[in-house]
Ligand binder design. Structure first.
Ligand code: EPU
Length: 427
């Protein structure tokens, strides 16, 4: 088990290079199961979510190898089983995409209920509603989801809420399903579009991704393909906030500035300067951050995955700000940790009230989930003294080389390996 030790006070300056998007990789890797050829996925982030997915596919029979540091080659043809291995599936939320991919390929999928960040209850009823509309039946027993169909057939599906997961899972199930599938009230996130582009590169007929109506004409066959994953919007946003929080001056490279608009807008509202270039943004901090209110929304609204990082920034802003988390029932487990550093935040349901304080002071905290962990790093960077962050495996699920990247910007952050506890009986 590792910890991160962060000593606050350094201003971040320099250049940071953003990796491929975690949430796109999480959709595109299982999508390769639908292919009848070898797929080469470029710009793959080196994060533990990807490693777990590679392990799952390998255990199911696929040939998976890294061609170089960021290119993964997957030959899904040897996969003969529609049952996903239990233990690695339980470690990640996105393993639910195996349901759509295996259903699309074998007309049956048996997959454990997904794990991943447990900041609140995360149901999959809309995924199952979509599969049912395509003609599948399902059972939930012993923690396993078993979905099967004699013959899938395209259909119209209206999602009750905007959900990334259900949109992606239905796309995966529908892409080789005969007939026309129409997903209404679909999610519009960049990774939904990236998945559609990958599927179309393989020969699928998916139209409308990026709008709230996606139309999928089922095809018989998908070829192998070479495809490069988009840059990670949230990793980029995290470094942008870190630059602002430390009054730094950082150029964030390998980004699509359009994907960052909602984040850029909020930083500018707080007084931060953001310069946009073709594939990079420069963030220049300011002496006094203005308070500002944030409401998380599906894309193109302000992303829930940036909520905790902004909470750190609002904690050191002038005045009182309000956060309204409208995507998840609750995503404030990290607040207790920030309070240990002196942040003044009160939470009532989906609303958090953040009262700006003069300074944060280092303390031991834990990364309660992936994005909350990133927020703890930013908090540690601005806090006086030393912040020790436990449970950093959550951060490593989604941020490539996070310590190296922050260090390259001048952050004082290091990894401390903590020996596993030896049970008393063994002594
Ligand atoms: N929801 C349902 N029923 C469903 C599906 C979703 O009620 O069947 C609800 C959820 O409980 C939530 C809302 O709908 O209140 C939206 O959930 P969504 O399905 O969009 O989230 P997700 O697919 O589980 C993905 C990302 C999350 C990100 C959300 C929202 C991946 C692997 N995960 O989760 O990313 O927060 O979309 O944008 O793509 C992260 O990267 O840290 C992360 C948690």
């Amino acid at each position: 088990m590792d910890k991160f030790i962060v000593t606050g006070g350094n201003r971040l300056t320099g250049d940071v290079y953003i990796s491929g998007a975690k949430n796109a990789a999480d959709a595109i890797i299982p999508a390769t199961i639908l292919s009848d050829g070898v797929c080469r996925i470029e710009n793959i982030p080196n994060i533990s979510d990807v490693a777990i997915f590679a392990r799952i596919l390998k255990e199911m029979g696929a040939k998976v190898r890294m061609v170089n540091k960021s290119t993964m080659e997957i030959d899904p043809r040897p996969i003969a089983s529609m049952v996903a291995p239990y233990e690695p599936v339980r470690q990640m939320r996105a393993s639910s995409y195996l349901l759509g991919a295996l259903l699309g390929r074998f007309s049956r999928a048996v997959v454990a209920m997904p794990g991943g960040c447990d900041f609140c209850v995360r149901p999959i009823d809309q995924h199952l509603k979509g599969f049912s509309a395509l003609g599948a039946t399902y059972s939930l027993e012993g923690g396993m989801v078993d979905v099967s169909a004699k013959q899938l057939k395209g259909n119209n599906i209206y999602l009750d809420m905007v959900t990334v997961g259900a949109t992606i899972n239905i796309m995966l199930a529908a892409v080789k399903t005969p007939g026309l599938t129409v997903i209404e009230n679909a999610a519009k996130e960049p990774h939904v579009v990236d998945l559609a582009n990958f599927l179309n590169t393989m020969g699928a007929d998916v139209r409308g991704a990026g709008t709230d109506v996606i139309k999928i004409h089922g095809v018989d066959h998908l070829e192998g393909a070479t495809y490069s994953i988009i840059p990670d919007q949230i990793e980029a946003g995290t470094y942008m906030v870190a630059a602002a929080a430390t009054k730094g001056d950082v150029v964030v490279h390998n980004v699509i500035p359009k994907h960052l608009e909602s984040i850029t807008a909020k930083l500018e509202e707080m007084g931060v300067t953001v310069e946009e270039y073709d594939e990079s943004v420069r963030v220049i901090g300011c002496d006094h951050l203005n308070k500002c209110n944030i409401k998380t929304m599906p894309h193109p609204g302000f992303p829930t995955d940036m909520q905790s990082q902004f909470a750190v920034l609002l904690s050191i802003a002038d005045g009182t700000s309000i956060i309204n988390e409208s995507v998840f029932d609750s995503r404030y487990r990290y607040v207790e940790e920030l309070r240990r550093l002196g942040a003044k935040i009160s939470v009532d349901g989906r609303i958090a009230v953040v009262e700006g304080v003069k300074e944060l002071v280092g303390a031991p905290v834990k990364a309660v989930d992936l994005r909350a962990g990133a927020a703890m790093i930013i908090a540690g960077l601005v806090a006086r003294g030393v912040t020790q962050i436990d449970e950093v495996e959550h951060i490593e699920r989604g941020y490539e080389a996070v310590v190296e990247k922050f260090r390259s910007l001048g952050a004082d952050i290091r990894v401390a390996s903590v020996p596993e506890k030896v049970p008393a009986k063994a002594l």
